[in-house]
Design a protein around this ligand. Structure first.
Ligand code: R5P
Length: 300
């Protein structure tokens, strides 16, 4: 088997390679002055099973195109089965029509991806449970939630000090799952409103009791950080002692670093499904790795 990395998260691909006792294969990815890319496979891959690691986070379009070209280059070079590890699947929040006249961007992306001849996808914590239905090829949908449950256990507090929080209605399933992993840890739900035109977020109200507790928000991703900030303000207003956050994907768009750093949240734990460059890191951020889980899924 040969393992390759696109350019969106090489540190993760290197960790996966280390877990599998492999060296990363050689690819040449040249960016022309106009931003177009030329991809070339240097290793011999004839009849080899090949795996490509490439989350399609920002810039999503460019990272998708690069992934399509890598798969195409592998196929033309005679590769056998090709697996794409896309720990963060870009455009996953545009998985249905929210308002008349919109494109279903995720469906377009998935159809294009499948047309490249890729055989299998490995991904993490998709935004909705309906998304796997869009795929006609094999999809392995992994979750970081068990890692989060384990981490909560390492904080050294009693389970009864915590209450898990879903920051919106869409996150209830994830929060319930962590609650089950933590032997029925109580959870509360925030009712969130997002203006689809401006992206502004309002944490409207809270269903559940957080008085005197450490509130742990569980989310699939942090993009602008607005959901987290609004949720944490509401939780503190409702009497929570402190707020921690667990989110699988650190999308960190716009000025998320400043927003999160200046928020009342004490600790933010994310995964390395997306590479977080040094300039986007801050003291209360902790990154846990999903490389081991990916390596196991590849080796299966
Ligand atoms: C929303 O449904 C998602 O689960 C996240 O809560 C949301 O995408 C986070 O975005 P932002 O950080 O921009 O509020």
């Amino acid at each position: 088997m040969k393992l390759f990395s696109g350019s969106s998260n090489r540190p993760l691909a290197e960790k996966v390679a280390k877990n599998l006792n492999l060296e990363l294969g050689q690819l040449e990815i040249h960016v022309f002055p106009d931003g177009e890319k030329r991809v070339r496979v240097i290793d011999r891959v004839v009849e080899e099973d090949c795996v490509v690691v490439q989350p399609t986070s920002m810039p999503a379009d460019s990272n998708y195109m690069e992934l399509f070209f890598i798969i195409d280059a592998l196929k033309r070079s005679g590769a056998g089965k090709i697996t794409a590890v896309i720990p963060y699947l870009g455009y996953q929040r545009q998985d249905h029509i929210f308002r008349d006249g919109e494109a279903v961007s995720l469906e377009v992306v998935v159809e294009t991806l499948q047309s490249t001849g890729v055989s299998k996808i490995i991904t993490f914590d998709l935004h909705s449970i309906k998304i796997p239905e869009l795929f006609k090829i094999q999809l392995t949908h992994l979750s970081a939630l068990p890692l989060f449950a384990e981490k909560i256990g390492s904080f050294g507090f009693r389970d009864s000090d915590f209450v898990l929080i879903s920051p919106d209605m869409g996150g209830i399933r994830r929060t319930k799952e962590v609650s089950e992993l933590k032997r029925g840890m109580p959870f509360a739900v925030i009712n969130k409103d997002r203006d689809l035109a401006t992206g502004e977020v309002e944490a409207v109200d809270l269903e559940g009791n957080v008085e005197g507790k450490t509130a742990i928000i569980i989310d699939d991703m942090i993009s602008t950080g607005k959901t987290i900030v609004e949720a944490s303000k509401l939780l503190l207003k409702e009497g929570a002692k402190r707020v921690f956050v667990f989110a699988t994907h650190p999308v960190f768009s716009e000025d998320a670093r400043e927003v999160l750093e200046n928020s009342p949240v004490e600790k933010i734990i994310v995964c390395d499904t997306i590479d977080v460059p040094q300039e986007k890191r801050f003291p209360k951020l902790e990154i846990i790795s999903v490389a081991g889980m990916i390596a196991k899924a590849i080796a299966k």
